[in-house]
Design a protein around this ligand. Sequence first.
Ligand SMILES: C[S@@+](CC[C@H](N)C(=O)[O-])C[C@H]1O[C@@H](n2cnc3c(N)ncnc32)[C@H](O)[C@@H]1O
Length: 212
Amino acid sequence: MDDHVDALLAQMAAQGTGSVVALGGGSGPELREFAKLGWSCTLVDTSTRMLALAARRLGPAVRYVQEDAVRYMTVQPERSAGTILHVGEILGYVEDPEGLVRASARAMSADGNLVQTFVDAARMRGRLGESSVRHFSGGYWFLERRDPPLPMAAFDISLVLGWHATHGLEPIHRRLGPGPRCVVVSRLADQPRRSSHEPGSLPPPPHRRGPM
Ligand SMILES: C[S@@+](CC[C@H](N)C(=O)[O-])C[C@H]1O[C@@H](n2cnc3c(N)ncnc32)[C@H](O)[C@@H]1O
């Protein structure tokens, strides 16, 4: 995670307690502050190795679920899931990224937020050779430099924000960078506006480095 996302999550965690679910949570850095402050935490990941690592780092305060992120969110009851974290670019790994946004928006609680990081197609483009890119409408697949290389999707920001709007989410914060990463925080669009000091709302980020 980068410092900005770290700071956003720490701010959210400090605003009261509730439930939070990290999809593609890996070793769980995005849950650290929430777990420390007594939130009810769930980490969902497909990898046995990452779940074991997370359990060693975060301990029994977190519920660990081995499941595909889209499948997990799709079966959660409506408005039951609290705050939802798509941190570490899970949007780019799942087969149905819009389905992940749709299922998350449906399951998110009225006072929750969706925190989503993803790779911005325009910024990533400069780092890739044409041959490693397979296009779709609004983005492309590329091979992440890992061993073995991992397919991952990059998205046009307008496509992701369009999904948020279509599925009833309203962005309350967004920022590009560092590098090609974009972070968007959304809440449910049909909820009454909250003052910036009530639990569940998000104060301005601590060190915004310029508009997106
Ligand atoms: C780049 S890591 C990010 C981990 C963590 N969120 C972080 O920010 O450090 C992406 C994680 O997504 C998991 N993952 C990939 N595809 C998934 C899927 N379809 N459902 C759930 N988890 C998935 C991987 O196992 C990996 O742990």
